[in-house]
Design a protein around this ligand. Structure first.
Ligand SMILES: [Zn+2]
Length: 417
């Protein structure tokens, strides 16, 4: 009988991440650590060792994230190394015009860099690349996405996949042939996860996660697909609905309304605490037309006004005429495609859009006291609407990435046991 104490969940010491959704993977693992560590017999030993993040705008948020992770699991782990471009981790050099096969040959034949410039430690020489027992990375989805050009392995982001193969959140269209091709030292197990697997049925965000098990160092101790089914048998009993995420107070909605009014050079007077809000006047003409279209379509299909459905959300950042993007049929807040950072997810029943903190709630982040208590972690502070928007625009679904890591870490362990 396999015991979890033989798994990477108990044996892992060091971890790395590339493009982890502004620290979603690390924060989710901290919650996992705290949950496992709350059993006095088993102390969860993971400490973060290394991250890569190419966007300098994300560095401060990752530093804050590290402090939050330490608080969440009651530890004082040192600052992780923070390297920049994933492609700088190997000695491979190539031009954008190189084809897939040329890049693959260069990356797989390249040496790892002995030291790399590190934004955390700022040593002139750079920091040495550490070994890691475990990694969790959201690899670029632009070449895999249905919204993109579907260039897959010939797309410009392919080199990142290859660099990763030297040492995996993606959309469902991940090119598994390429993943296997650039990870020759790994056995791959592909899982299809959705927020409903964690009880967040009110938000749609289907993703594929690939567990890559290093041949010769790691082995599969129990079937991750069986464990996933066991989890689903529990989580399918209770599911959220879109209206559960409408938790912003009047002050917060007014802050976002004023910000948008400033951006769009429109007049806006914040109402009082007890005044009914209506942000329709802040919509652009294109957004108002889209909203009218959705309301007419809802009335025709369901024979009642859209405003009566508290779980109805319609996306105004895209073109509803060609492809409606709403919760009316699926019962879940749709995954955003075009302009997800600035596009408005409108709630007809509340005459306003979903504010950034609510988007984070729909992504499973512990941004309310109740959610934080249930997840046994501190609340993530996101009262600042700009900070909140930055997080919501780049984050992964918190609970889904926690589930994926739990499956990988508990079903796999060191081979020499
Ligand atoms: Zn460093």
């Amino acid at each position: 009988m396999f015991a979890w104490k033989d798994s990477w969940l108990a044996k892992g010491r060091t971890a790395f991440s590339m493009c982890s959704g502004v620290g979603t993977a690390e924060a989710a693992r901290a919650v996992l650590a705290k949950t496992v560590g709350s059993d006095p017999v088993h102390e969860h030993p993971f400490e973060m060792d290394m991250r890569t993040e190419i966007n300098p705008a994300c560095h401060q948020i990752l530093l804050d994230n590290h402090a939050w992770c330490n608080e969440a699991c009651g530890r004082s782990d040192p600052l992780p190394h923070m390297f920049g471009d994933t492609l700088d981790l190997t000695s491979a050099r190539f031009a954008a015009s190189h084809c897939y096969a040329q890049k693959r040959r260069r990356v797989l034949g390249a040496a790892m860099m002995p030291v790399t410039k590190c934004k955390s430690h700022k040593s002139l020489l750079g920091c040495p690349l550490p070994d890691a027992h475990f990694g969790c990375s959201g690899l670029p989805c632009t070449d895999m996405s249905a919204a993109g050009l579907r260039q897959k392995k010939e797309g410009p982001t392919n080199a990142v996949y290859m660099s990763h193969g030297r040492f995996v959140e993606a959309r469902r269209e991940l090119d598994m042939d390429m993943a296997q091709d650039v990870h020759p030292q790994y056995d791959l197990y592909q899982l299809f996860l959705d927020p409903s697997d964690t009880g967040h049925g009110g938000a749609a965000r289907p993703r594929t996660y690939v567990i890559a098990s290093r041949i010769g160092k790691t082995s599969c101790k129990q079937d991750p697909f069986d464990l996933l089914e066991a989890v689903r048998r529990v989580t399918r009993r209770t599911q959220t609905v879109p209206g559960d995420y409408c938790l912003a107070d009047t002050f917060e909605v007014n802050l976002e309304a004023m910000h948008v009014a400033n951006q769009r050079n429109l007049e806006w007077s914040p109402g009082g605490e007890n005044e009914e809000l209506d942000l329709r006047s802040l919509l652009l003409k294109r957004e108002q037309d889209a909203l009218n279209y959705y309301e007419d379509m809802y009335l025709a299909r369901f024979q009642r006004p859209a405003a009566m459905d508290r779980n109805l959300m319609v996306y105004l950042g895209d073109n509803p005429w060609s492809r409606p993007c709403w919760s009316a049929c699926s019962g879940a807040i749709p995954t955003l495609r075009v302009g997800s950072r600035s596009g408005k997810m409108w709630i007809p029943a509340l005459r306003r859009w979903l504010v950034s903190r609510e988007k984070l709630a729909a992504m499973g982040w512990p941004i309310t006291r109740q959610a934080a208590q249930a997840m046994m972690c501190p609340e993530v502070p996101v009262r600042d609407i700009m900070r909140s928007a930055q997080l919501a625009g780049a984050a992964m679904h918190f609970n889904t990435v926690a589930l994926a890591q739990m499956l990988a870490l508990s079903c796999f362990g060191p081979l020499d046991l």
